[in-house]
Design a binder for this molecule. Structure first.
Ligand code: AMP
Length: 122
């Protein structure tokens, strides 16, 4: 999947559309999902133009990589998610129904989150 600079998260990063920000630093931005699936549903994104984790880890600098992963942990700490537990999820590509072609990690918390994955039978 090619990076589309008009994707909604690129537009949020450029300030063209608003978001409910929970964290920002040099490398990363975190904001509330517009359609929350749990009491806490936050997205953490790197600021660089990366479609997926494979794209990010192939092309990003060490500083970007460290900055992003530190931000994910920082957001979990800041929101107090460690105590009750939470789930991280990154949909990638067609099989996972990735809607926005800019790498993002979902953080879900605030209620029992059910099984890890609905069983997929092939
Ligand atoms: P995914 O299917 O992993 O690509 O998830 C994309 C997520 O982005 C969905 O959970 C959407 O609800 C969320 N989303 C789409 N547009 C916005 C927006 N403008 N602000 C916040 N979250 C958004």
């Amino acid at each position: 999947m090619a990076y589309d600079p008009q994707n909604v998260f690129a537009r949020i990063l450029r300030g063209e559309i608003p978001c409910r920000k929970v964290y920002e630093d040099e490398w990363s931005l975190a904001f509330h999902d517009i359609n929350p699936l749990a009491p806490v549903h936050v997205l953490v994104i790197p600021k660089g133009p990366y479609v997926s984790m494979a794209d990010f880890t192939a092309k990003a600098s060490d500083a970007e990589l460290a900055g992003f992963f530190r931000a994910v942990g920082q957001v979990a700490r800041d929101l107090g998610l460690e105590e009750g537990g939470y789930r991280m999820l990154a949909n990638t590509g067609a099989a996972a129904n990735q809607e926005v072609p800019h790498l993002h990690v979902h953080l879900f918390a605030g209620a029992p989150l059910g099984p890890m994955l609905k069983k997929v039978v092939v």
